[in-house]
Write a protein that binds this ligand. Structure first.
Ligand code: G3H
Ligand code: 13P
Ligand code: ZN
Length: 348
């Protein structure tokens, strides 16, 4: 199947009442792990690359590797998404390279740390939506700011300082016309999200539900959605690692989100943990080995296991063949004639 529009994937997920995992990649093995998991579970999937990933791998490599994935797995609907674009130019360059979807994270300034004003976020996101929709490309925006700074995207603190305001979420969605909306409900990126199993005082699922009630047709996105399972932490520590005990977002809370409008679920850290644990184990148990394939194969398998598990838990498993790809040209026409527009006429 050719690369598909993320908008199509999310519209289908809304029809089917399930969530779609958006998994971060930096290299070939991670892409292979995701695609094998998608094949195993027959899942549509979103592969996303951050600015850091684009810089690390050189983004033409990533583009062609993801393109190869779409050719090798023709039965899997696959969208290629830019994660946390920090400016109009970053989004533009991803679109020009061939990404079928971009995130304009205007909740933060270009430094990825300083919270932006509502007006500045609105302005830059609207400009990206105009540019992207003219080309049939999907846009995710963000309102409210995630905490933490572990992955270089976040305002620091606990994540409770800049929760999404539902009134602003409504105004932002209507005025920008984004296809998907990331909200801040207390999560943050990386492994150190919560110092104990989170309850409603730190993970604001009630806020998510309130936003969904106000914006029932908007596809919501949960960032910082790794569950940071103890067994993955334990493998790393068993083989010489030094992780402090930590808690992520419990899968049942993500599933509650999915029942309340969450269609895209961002996961990176769990895969990083799985890969690192598998590599540590090989190097610890067989220190004489030096062929990278000896540790990259188990690393890839460990990531595939995590991704397949999440695909089943998010409900996307079994939905790969529900629909055929709509071409980007058709999606472009849909934005043009207004059938796909999410911006009410008055706000144009
Ligand atoms: O948003 C954070 C993702 O985990 C990507 O992180 O910027 O370190 O690639 P990164
Ligand atoms: P985690 O760090 O929880 O995996 O979140 C990833 C993410 O939100 C990418 O945008
Ligand atoms: Zn994120």
């Amino acid at each position: 199947m050719p690369l598909v529009s993320m908008r199509q994937l999310l519209d289908e997920a809304a029809k089917g009442g399930y969530g779609v995992g958006a998994f971060n990649v930096n290299n070939m093995e991670q892409i292979q792990a995701i695609m094998e998991a998608a094949k195993e579970t027959q899942s549509p999937v979103i592969i996303q690359a951050s600015r850091g990933a684009r810089a690390f791998a050189q983004d033409r490599y990533l583009y062609h590797l993801i393109l190869a994935a779409s050719e090798l797995y023709p039965e899997i609907p696959l969208a290629m998404h830019l994660d946390h674009g920090n400016s109009f130019d970053t989004c533009k360059s991803a679109i020009e390279l061939g990404f079928t979807s971009v995130m304009m994270d205007g909740s933060l300034r270009e430094d990825g740390k300083t919270p932006n004003t509502f007006e500045e976020n609105l302005d830059v996101t609207r400009r990206v939506v105009d540019f992207a929709h003219e080309r049939g490309i999907t846009v995710e925006g963000e309102i409210g700011v995630l905490g933490g700074v572990e992955d270089g995207h976040g305002a620091g603190g606990t994540g409770l300082e800049h929760l999404t305001n539902p009134d602003q979420a409504v105004e932002f969605a209507e005025k920008t016309g984004v296809d998907a909306l990331a909200i801040a409900i207390g999560t943050s990126h990386g492994a150190y999200k919560f110092s104990k199993k989170p309850d409603g005082s730190v993970l604001k699922m009630d806020l998510l539900i309130a936003i969904h009630n106000r914006l029932p047709k908007t596809h919501l996105v949960m960032h910082g959605s790794s569950s940071v399972p103890k067994d993955l932490q334990d493998v790393i520590n068993q083989y010489g690692g030094k992780l402090k005990q930590t808690w992520g977002v419990p899968v049942e809370e993500i599933q509650l989100g999915i029942r309340n409008g969450v269609r895209k679920v961002n996961v990176d850290t769990d895969n990083r943990l799985a890969i690192t644990g598998a590599i540590r184990k090989v190097l610890w148990e067989t220190p004489e080995k030096f062929d990278p394939r000896d540790y990259l194969k188990p690393a890839r398998a460990a990531m595939q296991k995590v991704v397949a598990t999440r695909m089943t838990q998010f409900g996307q498993a079994g939905h790969a063949s529900d629909y055929a790809a709509v071409s980007i040209a058709q999606i472009q026409q849909g934005y043009k004639d207004g059938t796909l527009s999410t911006r009410p006429k008055a706000a144009k």
